[in-house]
Design a binder for this molecule. Structure first.
Ligand SMILES: [Cu+2]
Length: 118
């Protein structure tokens, strides 16, 4: 009977729609808008890219080393410092206080960058 098939089809469609509605409903700590802002700096060819990065307070910046050589991230005031990052390694830091943070690589002091929090 075609009417039975239609009924099953409608029930399936309703179930799918319900599942989708549940999937997009904000819930708990993963509610929409609660995802902390993030930004990335890549390290390549002995340079930070981008060299100057402007972010909003609360943003977590992740540096990823794409060079063959190890690199570090250290702010000039030494309040933020990573260990040596090998190829593919990452280091993250959340910046909460507005200001301009100058940093460099301790292994290659000519490598410099700025995180501008505003
Ligand atoms: Cu370096």
């Amino acid at each position: 009977m075609t009417s039975a098939h239609t009924l099953v089809g409608t029930a399936l469609a309703t179930a799918v729609l319900l599942a989708m509605a549940v999937a997009v409903t904000p819930y708990g700590p993963f509610a929409a808008g609660a995802t902390p802002p993030a930004a990335a700096v890549t390290i390549e060819e002995f340079a930070f890219v981008p060299g100057d990065l402007t972010i909003a307070p609360g943003t977590t910046v992740a540096w990823v080393n794409k060079d063959e050589a190890p690199h570090t991230i250290i702010t000039d005031d030494k309040t933020v410092r990573s260990g040596a990052l090998d190829t593919g390694d990452a280091f993250s830091h959340q910046f909460t206080t507005p200001g301009t943070y100058s940093y460099h690589c301790s292994l290659h002091p000519q490598m410099t960058g700025h995180i501008i929090v505003q």
